[in-house]
Ligand binder design. Structure first.
Ligand code: CDP
Ligand code: MG
Length: 736
């Protein structure tokens, strides 16, 4: 049999780049820059996971580039209300700065330091790491909060969270009064939440410093407070009395050396550079474009494993499914190697991975083993995984894309930008010299965009607009965005919100529907579906549907067992469509748990459920996550006073509710078996994984559009065409 690890070498050209630091020289010269440097101490590979862990951690902290500039950084924060900190990935910004500020007294008076992350995984793993560094239990002084998971308490002073979560907090506490410092981390990623947050924080900071100045005046002369409205004054006086309102310190952190944009946006805010440590990285390209990048990645993994000196491998893939399939293939191919060459350990890391599993990526591989980390973009800058010396980069990323004319958002796999490619190769040079294998020709690198387009320019804005409206920002077009989204996409999203009933004719948040929708931590379409479902008496079913749609694919169909997986799926499948099929899976898991689980521990329950999932080709990770989300949103809707009832066997009722909720994504079958989406006019096809793939009903609603070489729709249910004008008359007019 041919060994599985031959092909790549002939494709590769050695094109050694200069050390990364020279490729992207600091670009802060026009700013009021202060270059913070540290003595160049050689960094030894630290084994932070052995018995003298505490000592090693302390030593590791001291060796970080940021450690030697602690005092200067704290002074910078003291003297500047807004500070931009640029520093290479791994220099210690995320884990250390909050600890420096805590030690310097920024949490006096019970205030909290909040650090936002674009990704859930980063918030969780970093919080765990920092809790350990501080020697405290997670959730006490150091905690995290992400959607559907809260590990904080009243004693939490250093709080990591997603940027989206802080936006939600602002709904309840418009001045974010519990925070003395907010650090917007990974700002270079420019997620839509980061961009909206920056605008909001700018306003909050201004309001808080105005109020703190006013406080002095008001305290001097309590009668003379005419500058504030009665309501503001009342809130403000209360805040003053409990001394809740110090000015807000704002720190923007970025791994990208171009800080100019942030500085200008914050009125010429001061920017400082923490110099990192970067060893040279040799970069290799393929001779030709690789037709199958996953296969090329596999070959490269084994080539490194068998031929290169020790060091872990980091592979950048585009999503959970890809990671899981590469993980399986690596394990299979390992079995074909001689016993002595099998010491290769795969560890996945991606956002939807339950947090306890994410931590595996940070653990050192057992002695003699090499670790291969299969990661999404998360490992580009958000988390630094120790031990990596080899990077495999197919040069792709899964990104949101939005067509404001058609009102359609989709996930597509696109080439990364040059700055992302450099960040990725930089991961190989953190602890010593490394190698980066780019699975594309050098000529392709030259064609890449310099930097990534901010997400706000390529996503559906209805979610953030709903939140801004709920925060009292009515003039969305006039909102001070760092980079304005196009007028067309703002208008389209406003129109969608209006059609969903969240906005009035005057474009104000409707009451109660719009307000209720803004309270739910879900996409507006799903929030609306839950509210409608309480009227259709099928909220029980819709809660399950929304929870199951909120996780990555529930079914798992390995290529080599496709038929078995399909047979298993048929046991759950409903002729009405994927939504009811998901409900069936959930009910079946409920039934299974009810029968067997009385008196068992959680671990035992999880184990038994995992076994059941495996037998039924269900992704146990996704199902557990969905069950968790279900119980949380159930809590939300009950708190809102919605009636949670089941429609029992009345599936017609549930399908009508699906039609009323997802009418913006209705599609009609065409003579040749494709579908035409009614809102956008796009021609789409049912994804082969849908239970309706064969049946091809005349009229359907769907939830997701995925673009590969075809435009596929997923999560589909059969509806009656006539229901559309009956249930969504605001959008479809009757033919009569
Ligand atoms: O934010 P920045 O990229 O500057 O660095 P960081 O995330 O604070 O990481 C500093 C160091 O902490 C790195 O060397 C990581 O290897 C280590 N770290 C870790 O061991 N475990 C984590 N969960 C996070 C960071
Ligand atoms: Mg960081």
């Amino acid at each position: 049999m041919e060994p599985p690890i031959t092909a790549l070498r002939p494709h590769l050209t050695l094109a050694v780049e200069p050390p990364l630091a020279l490729l992207c020289p600091p670009n802060l010269s026009s700013l009021t820059e202060s270059r913070l440097t540290q003595p160049a101490a050689p960094l030894s590979r630290l084994s932070v996971f052995d018995s003298s862990r505490k000592q090693n951690i302390a030593q590791h902290r001291k060796s970080l580039p940021i450690a030697s500039v602690e005092k200067r950084l704290v002074d910078e924060v003291r003297h500047n209300d807004t500070l931009i900190i640029v520093g290479e990935t791994g220099s210690g910004k995320t884990t250390q700065l909050p600890q420096f500020l805590f030690n310097a007294g920024f949490c006096r008076d019970g205030k909290t330091i909040g650090i936002t992350q674009p990704r859930r995984v980063a918030a969780v793993t970093v919080a765990k790491r920092v809790a350990e560094e501080c020697g405290v239990d997670l959730g006490q002084r150091v905690g995290y909060s992400i959607r559907f998971e809260d590990a904080t308490s009243i004693s939490t002073r250093i709080k990591y969270m997603t940027d989206g979560l802080l936006l939600r907090e602002a709904l309840l506490d418009p001045y974010l009064s519990r925070y003395s410092v907010i650090i917007v981390d990974e700002a270079h990623e420019r997620t839509v939440h980061t961009d909206v947050l920056l605008g909001l924080l700018k306003n909050i900071q201004r309001a808080r410093s105005k109020y703190s100045n006013d406080r002095v005046n008001i305290e001097k002369n309590k009668e003379n407070n005419g500058t504030l409205s009665d309501k503001e004054n009342c809130v403000f006086l209360k805040q003053c009395q409990s001394r809740k309102f110090p000015p807000l310190k704002l720190i923007i952190m970025s791994a990208s050396l171009d800080a100019r944009g942030f500085s200008e946006y914050f009125g010429g805010a001061r920017a400082v550079h923490v110099k990192g440590r970067q060893f040279p990285v040799d970069t290799f390209y393929t001779h030709h474009a690789e037709p199958d990048y996953l296969d090329a990645a596999l070959i490269t993994i084994f080539q490194i494993h068998l031929e290169e000196s020790p060091g872990d491998i980091l592979v950048f893939l585009t999503g959970q499914e890809e990671i899981e399939s590469v993980e399986r293939l690596v394990k299979e191919r390992l079995q074909q190697l001689p016993e002595g060459s099998r010491k290769l350990l795969t560890v996945p890391i991606f956002s939807a991975l339950p947090s306890e599993k994410q931590m595996r990526a940070f653990r050192q591989a057992p002695a003699g083993f090499r670790k291969v980390i299969l990661a999404t973009n998360i490992a580009e800058t958000s988390v630094t995984i120790p031990g990596v010396r080899y990077v495999i980069d197919p040069g792709l990323v899964k990104a949101r894309s939005y067509d404001p004319v058609k009102g359609m958002e989709s996930l597509i796999i696109v080439p990364i930008s040059k700055s992302q490619a450099l960040q990725r190769s930089g991961r190989a040079g953190r602890e010593g010299s490394g190698k980066c294998f780019r699975l594309y020709p050098e000529s392709e690198f030259d064609k890449l965009e310099d930097s990534t387009k901010p997400e706000i320019k390529r996503c559906n804005l209805s979610n953030v607009i709903l939140q801004l409206k709920a925060l009292g920002v009515d003039d969305i077009l006039g909102f001070d965005f760092m980079e304005k989204p196009s007028r067309a996409s703002i208008v389209k999203s406003l129109e969608q919100l209006f059609l969903l009933g969240a906005l009035t004719d005057e474009c104000k948040l409707s009451d109660p529907v719009g307000r209720q929708m803004a309270q739910l931590p879900l996409d507006p379409v799903y929030s609306r579906a839950l509210i409608l479902a309480s009227q259709f008496n099928c909220l029980e079913e819709m809660l399950i549907t929304v929870a199951m749609l909120s996780v990555e694919s529930i079914f798992y169909a390995p290529r080599e067992k496709l038929e078995e997986a399909r047979t298993a799926m048929r046991c759950f499948s409903s002729p009405e469509g994927d939504h009811l099929t998901l409900v069936n899976v959930y009910h079946a898991s409920d039934e299974f748990l009810d029968k067997r689980m009385v008196g068992l521990s959680k671990e035992k329950k999880d184990k038994i459920l995992s076994k059941w999932c495996k037998e039924n080709f269900i992704n146990s990770r996704s199902l557990r996550h969905a069950r968790d989300i279900h119980s949380q949103i159930r809590g939300h809707v009950e708190q809102m006073g919605l009636r949670v009832a089941s429609c029992g066997d009345d599936m017609l009722q549930f399908r009508k509710c699906l039609a009323a909720s997802f009418f913006l994504n209705a599609a009609l079958r065409q003579p040749e078996g494709t579908y035409r989406a009614l809102a956008s006019g796009q021609v789409v096809q049912i994804h082969p994984s849908s239970v309706l793939f064969q049946a091809k009903p005349e009229c359907i609603v769907f939830n997701e559009l995925v673009q590969t070489n075809h435009k596929y729709i997923r999560n589909i249910s059969r509806i009656d065409y006539l229901w559309l004008s009956e249930l969504a008359p605001q959008y479809y007019c009757s033919q009569n």
